[in-house]
Ligand binder design. Structure first.
Ligand code: NAI
Length: 323
């Protein structure tokens, strides 16, 4: 099996550490590079390097180490930045995380412009457009290789659908597109398209609405339960490891379908949108349309457009203002 060089930026954090562990266990990873501004990062690298898997693992700390960390990488995953506390929206993180993502993507443009880039840092609805603008400004933008990671929304939807289906299906066997964006009402699970077909047939319309709301607000469920200690980290690491595995399979020549937030023409007026995409060696080789929507989902799509457009425009404006 071909091995790949993978970097995690923000590797010392709540998501970064368990994600790095899961990547150390992935046989498709030959070199794992961990970067963070936190001084503990070289130690995290040494710690993981003792796991008895074939890959090597090195930690890099501080801005001067960014380029050496990124050079030669095939896939870069970014969970750097501050998480939410109770009462905060993902957009409240914008002021800090926008600057962090900008700096990190400038490094990618210089050191590994052909890498797949997977952004976890919130607000994803804005940080992905920021990354696109930075890559464009450096003349290295390929829309097929930039992804906002929305896999946690899909993971949650699979889990919650299986709960509602009363044991007739295992969570890992549920297929459900989650489209739109990655914040509140912009997260739109298409429950009408769930497979196996009919596993939710006993749900009333009120049940469907409640399940939709639970998927949309699941991040806040974690933020409140952690009571000021941060947002989802372990389930996010699990989801990001799934997305990374799909990217590495795609880089190996397989064709893999995942939901991701990408540069898109699926919905008029929204330059970025999450939907099912076909991943291959060059990135998102096809972005699939939405398919038939129920009237409730159609209404949800109508409702999310203004917020998502505002978040995209805010990201683009941030880069223009900084130029
Ligand atoms: P955390 O605070 O535990 O870890 C963040 C890490 O980023 C820290 O180690 C910090 O030192 C590092 N960092 C800060 N500035 C940096 C820079 N300039 N360069 C490199 N590293 C830097 O936060 P946590 O819980 O790991 O969350 C990280 C991000 O992921 C947050 O923005 C959070 O909102 C987002 N998130 C996204 C989800 C998604 O579904 N896309 C789900 C959950 C969280």
């Amino acid at each position: 099996m071909k091995g790949f060089q993978v970097a995690v930026l923000g590797a010392a954090g709540g998501i970064g550490q368990p994600l790095s562990l899961l990547l150390k266990l992935n046989a498709r990873v030959s070199k794992l590079h961990l970067y963070d501004v936190a001084p503990i990062t070289p130690g995290v690298g040494v710690d993981l390097s003792h796991c008895d898997t074939s890959s090597t693992c090195v930690g890099f700390a501080g801005q001067d180490a960014l380029i050496p960390c990124l050079t030669g990488c095939d896939l870069v995953i970014i969970p750097a930045g501050v998480p939410r506390k109770p009462g905060m929206t993902r957009d409240d993180l914008f002021n800090i995380n926008a600057g962090i993502v900008k700096t990190l993507v400038e490094g990618i443009a210089k050191a590994c412009p052909n890498a797949f880039v997977a952004i976890i840092s919130n607000p994803v609805n804005s940080t992905v457009p920021i990354a696109a603008e930075i890559l464009k400004a450096n003349g290295v933008y390929d829309k097929r290789r930039l992804f906002g990671v929305t896999t946690l929304d899909v993971v949650r939807a699979r889990r919650f659908v299986a709960e509602k289906a009363n044991g007739v299906v295992r969570p890992e066997d549920v297929d459900i597109p989650v489209v739109g964006g990655h914040a509140g009402k912009t997260i739109l699970p298409l429950l009408s398209q769930v497979a196996p077909a009919g596993c939710l047939s006993q749900l009333s319309q009120a049940d469907v609405q409640a399940l939709t709301a639970r998927i949309q607000d699941a991040g806040t469920e974690v933020v409140e339960a952690k009571a000021g200690g941060g947002s989802a980290t372990l389930s996010m690491a699990y989801a990001a490891a799934q997305f990374a595995e799909s990217c590495l399979r795609a880089l190996s020549g397989e064709s893999v379908v995942e939901c991701a937030y990408v540069d898109s023409t699926v919905v008029e007026g929204l330059n970025f949108f999450a939907s099912k995409v076909k991943l291959g060696p060059t990135g998102a080789e096809e972005v699939f349309g939405l398919g038939p929507l129920s009237p409730f989902e159609q209404e949800g799509l109508t409702q999310l457009k203004a917020e998502l457009k505002g978040s995209i425009d805010k990201g683009v404006a941030f880069v223009s203002a900084a130029a």
